[in-house]
Design a protein around this ligand. Sequence first.
Ligand code: FAD
Length: 441
Amino acid sequence: MSRPIIVWFRKDLRLADHPALWYAAKKKVPLIPLFILDERDIGEAQRVWLHHSLDSFTKEIPLILRKGDPVKILGEIQNETDAEIYTHRCYESHSIQIEKQLHWVTTFNGNHLIDPWEVSPKTSSYFKVFTPFWNSCLKILDPPKPLPVPKFEVYPKKIKSDKLSDWKLLPQHPNWAKGIESYWEFGEKAAHTRLKKFVKAALDTYGTLRDMAAEDGTSQLSPYLHFGQLSPRQIWHSCHASSLSEPYIRQLGWREFSYHLLYHYPDLPHTPFKKQFTKFEWNDSADFFDKWSRGMTGYPIVDAGMRQLWETGWMHNRVRMIVASFLTKDLLVPWQKGAEWFWNTLVDADLANNSAGWQWVAGCGADAAPYFRIFNPVLQGEKFDPEGDYVRRWVPELTHLDKKVIQKPWTVGGVDYPEPIVDHKQARDEALRRYQLVKPN
Ligand code: FAD
């Protein structure tokens, strides 16, 4: 009898355009669909996302659920069934280590437009600057049409499976996830609904509106992309009919770039890409960090972003840049602390994108914003939330303020809202002074 195949689902909780599932099904042998919860891989808000996603996915496919070390669990199931393994490649260093230890494993690229090693510059082993990276990608990119959902036969013998509820992925006391649960729809179908809505209503204006915090101008597909409820190929093909899709597709390019960096520089989550920053003198004030994380800094655009994050598990990209700049440059708290907070509060928390995003804003990343470009939170608010609607939505204490003052409420009296925790001008001067000490000559 032919050997069954374990289709090991990882960050690819979908049935359509799933090369591992598709090619396993083509072999016409019984399949063992499996998901393994590896708790090292997941932040707190993502546990909520994962719970609801698996709840939806197990209604579509008889998924075996197991928790623990993937190498051990896959080994056990192989002993029981003599199965081969089909899966999609992941590029975090611990995932690469896991793949290296497995037997009879066949891997596919299911979650990216390219593998991180497919492009390289002439003079070094990998790209450190986005534009030449993306230009090289565009020369070779020709993503095949997305695959349909295959028909397949399930392995007939019983294999031990956990109950999803036993994993206790949802918070209990207190249940801080209510905002996340009411904001999002979970699962593969919901991902496609959102993609269709975005392509119809916002793709053509993405290039002009993507930075405006109060607009519904971006796709909000990031958590679906992270968990693979959509593939980037599906997105690519849904968008390509529009002549205005370039700015959006380029953002998918930033996602590819982050993975390219993480693959070639696995220390990205911890160690500054620009080495001089290892000597940077941080403040690391617990009080500042606490006020930042609770959205109580006294700067409305920063506080609105941090409260949106807490409530929904997501934050607008422009605002992510503003809050990250504020934490690392105005408050001088190390970027790793901010990245860790994002890791536990974002439903789209992604080791590559998050680490690259934080390093980029802090000025120590590859192709980073120059350190001396320090965002002024008032001017950023006035530029990217000119009517003040984003602030009004997330900081109800300020709802009654006029757009002329809403980004600087300390200029009017009688508002029940914190005073700024630092003076931006002084904070900026101090950040620049410290930067001078580590700046290469
Ligand atoms: P859209 O603007 O609609 O973009 C479409 C997709 O492109 C996104 O879903 C995302 O997958 C990708 N993308 C967009 N911008 C970027 C970018 N700058 N870098 C990499 N990929 C991008 N993104 C994450 O997915 N997970 C994270 O943990 C994360 N942490 C970040 C931390 C900081 C400090 C910063 C500045 C950015 C971070 N980003 C992260 C990137 C970006 O903010 C989000 O991908 C984006 O806001 C998601 O919203 P969207 O789906 O509406 O994006």
